[in-house]
Write a protein that binds this ligand. Sequence first.
Ligand code: UDP
Length: 347
Amino acid sequence: MILIAFGTRPEIIKLFPVINALKEQGLHFRTVFTGQQMDLYEDVKELVPVPDFNFADAFSGKQKHNTLGESFIKICKAAEKLFQENHFDIVVVQGDTTTAYALAQMAFYNGIKVAHVEAGLRTFDLANPYPEELNRVLISRLAYVHFAPTKQAFLNLQREGVGNVHLVGNTIVDAVNFFKAKMNSPATSRKVLVTLHRRENHFHMEMIFDELQFLASGNPDLEIILPIHPNPNVQKHRKRLSAPNIRVIDPVGYPEMLRLIGESYFLITDSGGLQEEGTCFNKKVLVVREKTERPETIEIGLGRLVGKEISKAITWARIPPPPLRESPYGNGHTAEMIAEYLKKYGD
Ligand code: UDP
């Protein structure tokens, strides 16, 4: 029995192709939702089946936002009970969230194999991104099987001396293709899609929003669209974005997000997922971070690390990107390969 664990929006987006592939290959599995991101769950919950196990009760009550430690402890407690009361052969976690690390750690304590999807990403700096770099390093120490999305990630894991590493690509390309096939080819507009939410940027959000204001005022032909993250550390500064060509909207569902990416001129983001998705649509990405664990976007000429100095990179962003080629993150058949490996490891 396989357990697929998710608690946040990006985990659901990157695991629904795996769930579909498991169904196609007739494998038995269950799902658990940890409730880590209750507010964003609504936007993406139709991508996955209704979870067999749901820890949302652990997060209910007056308190809307939990510290990292509170989330970790709540998920660990619920996972321990789940593993004591049910039998699983293998637990699948994705990426670098508190959910992924807590489930992996509790599975390990209960003698259950852990399979890690999107393994081996590294910035080699525990402060960037925080706490994700630590989570992913720790998961690599205890996982039994590692699904590396890129050659670089594969090499990182080899260097760390872990076994059972498979280079399979990133399921994000499968997720994009699932919807892209049904989309009309979007015409490029002057829209610039922005997402910002990283914890390391919370302390600088005022400065970053002021940069966006400056950018919007100096480039009146651009229409800046920001689906704003519900985190209060982002929300509390939204009033700073008052330029007439900035539109702050609520988070959107995944198909709508892909439509927005497809018609964008370029992207400005601190998100991991958008650095990958941009390559599926041949969009340039200004990465509002000091370091990235996804160097592939930069290597193919589509990405640039801008830190907080977004406006300085506008001239580069406006230059049309090199011709579209296959995304460095995969060929769209990653989930199938993962399902086949899970069959083998679950036996
Ligand atoms: N996303 C979405 N709707 C939004 C904003 C983002 O569907 O309003 C998607 C986005 O396309 C990407 C994922 O959510 O696949 C990114 O999630 P997030 O930025 O929370 O995390 P990260 O990518 O940094 O892990």
